[in-house]
Design a protein around this ligand. Structure first.
Ligand code: BTN
Length: 261
């Protein structure tokens, strides 16, 4: 009985739209108009989907586009934990369905080395504390994808077993995943969550060039920064055995080698 309850997700308020500019934007508007702080917005398509770092998230019919309201007890400086928690939770739920999804730092869900989905967390802050967060998730289900992307329906068609029967089941799986990630963060803490996130991170051991120096990805910090260590111990008398990069300062790309922006 307990495990059945654990895997049931009943959003307090569910808003479903045919087409919106962005489910994140729509949820912020609903919240402003007094909607429940844990509301969920789902749309069939988005006309101005928002991606990370101000990019556009192309959102034709066939994909999953949803946003979830969360009120975490978190300082603004720790807001990236919500993205780490959601990425881990969603990947872990899909893996329970036999879909071997990994995480590409910081917020990409990957399948067979290609992008399956992404997460965009937005926050409102007062006195250094998050007062409201909106976690937006886009997953490629049956929508067309670029060369570096993959859609789950086509991938499943090539498998002997189709664990996800359609967009509705994918929606439920993603909502349960977000909930389990946030529960893990709030109940078990960032150290436990981070070790689970790192278990699914595809970048560990990856070699990256930073200013022409070859480094290796060795981890991610509790604030979501990428930890890179260098083989050389000294450079022009400056010791630089390791660095920490904030999300958005480097693109690991979908190739083996990486470049600094
Ligand atoms: C990324 O750049 O990888 C993050 C993409 C996040 C896209 C989702 S789709 C639902 C929600 N609404 C938005 O406008 N963006 C997020």
């Amino acid at each position: 009985m307990e495990s059945e309850l654990r895997y049931t997700y009943l959003p307090s308020s569910l808003h479903i739209f045919e087409s919106v500019p962005s489910t994140n934007q729509t949820l912020w508007r609903l919240l402003k108009d007094g909607a429940d702080k844990n509301s969920v917005v789902i749309a069939t398509q988005q006309t101005s989907g928002r991606g990370q770092w101000g990019r556009e998230w192309i959102s034709p019919t066939g994909g999953l586009y949803l946003s979830v309201g969360v009120v975490p007890k978190l300082e603004a400086a720790d807001s990236y934990r919500l993205t780490l928690a959601s990425a881990w939770g969603i990947a872990a739920q899909l893996r329970q369905c036999g879909i071997s999804v990994g995480i590409k730092w910081p917020n990409d869900l990957v399948l067979e080395g290609r992008k399956l989905g992404g997460i965009l967390t937005e926050t409102k802050v007062n006195n250094g504390q998050i007062t409201q967060a909106v976690i937006g998730v886009g997953i490629n289900w049956a929508n067309p994808v670029p060369e570096t992307g993959i859609n789950l329906q086509s991938w499943q068609d090539s498998q002997p077993h189709q664990a996800i029967s359609g967009l509705e089941m994918l929606t439920k799986t993603v909502l349960v995943g977000i909930q389990s990630g946030i529960d893990c963060l709030s109940q078990e803490g960032i150290s436990v969550l981070l070790s689970k996130y790192l278990d699914l991170l595809t970048n560990i051991g990856e070699q990256v060039y930073i200013d022409n120096l070859l480094g290796t990805v060795v981890g991610v910090t509790t604030r979501g920064n990428l930890h890179i260590s260098f083989d050389i111990k000294e450079l022009n008398d400056i010791k630089m055995p390791e660095i920490y990069l904030e999300p958005g300062t480097i693109s690991l790309g979908y190739r083996k080698s990486s470049v600094l922006f």
